[in-house]
Design a protein around this ligand. Sequence first.
Ligand SMILES: [Mg+2]
Length: 373
Amino acid sequence: MKITDVEVIVVRQNEVKMIGDGSQDTAVILVHTDEGITGIGEVDSSPEVVKAIVETPASHDQCRGLKEILVGENPLNIEYLWYKMYHYSYYYTRRSVGIHAMSGIDIALWDIAGKKMGVPVSMLIGGRFREKIPAYCSVLMPGTKEEIDELVAHHKADCNYNGYKFGWGALGESEEKDIELVEYCRQAVGENTRLMIDIGMRWTDYKYALRVSKEYEKQKIYWLEEPFAPDRTEDFGRLGDNISISLASGEEFGTMYEFKEMLDHGSVDIVQPDMSRCGGITMAKKIADMAQLRGKKLIPHAFKTGILMGATLQLIAAIPNADMLEYCAQETVLSKQLVKNHFQLDSDGYVHIPTAPGIGVELNMDVLDTYRR
Ligand SMILES: [Mg+2]
């Protein structure tokens, strides 16, 4: 089997709002082969930049576009191809969006392998620890008590989620408001529901972070996510060492090198690679092992479409240290409709992990064609 083409389709809803919602657009990756099997992937990054990285012509031997590195290769040589992409695009792709583009391709290659062998990807990366996973509802933080109550009531009526995470939005404006909003969230979700808070990297002052986190301890927060920008490793370390709440981070990181730095020095308890940014399924599995080695949970970041959710579920099936699934509850057309039969929760708030070959998703071509740019 040979790769014949790597296609990047930019998909975007009609109007993009300046809010922390990554499900308003996406870069869909299709890796085509000479056997008629097409692998599906997705990248949570800037879609047009991803497309350029895939399609760019070579400048010299260490600076080549990802498509020309891959065409003609056997798509089943997945890890070899990961390192080949990394090596021959080294000038511009050691970190950040180059790794993002590689991630979407890597997901598509695993999808091809599963389809070729007639098994879900989880069976190719170690087998299945579980058939279902509890899902938590991931939403943006509203600005008032009334909006928080309304949002929780809406989602409680919809699904029996195993926890709620409020992130970004109105957080980070002031110390008083950060404390107040989380009190409202606890009241809205109730005493016995897992509550997670994602500061969205908005805190800049360590002592501010320490004071507010101490207040959050009273609300029994299950984890506190990205209080600081990801490069503030030392502040992650000292905050993690001085509060009893678990710290979570990782969605901005790519490659095992960045995760090693975070795990060795960042005092992070919950590791959150985004499979469409960290280096794909190949790298996420290594990161899961690195977390397992240190006794940490791995709960991937996934705030995009059903493609990323499908890939994420295959990893979750195959690792011992999974705990919950981030369920993007933003109701955008792409988050809910880009794949057919978008994942639904069962009555206990679990999502069942697909057993179909590959990552187990089928694109809704009508939605793809309507929103492609
Ligand atoms: Mg986050």
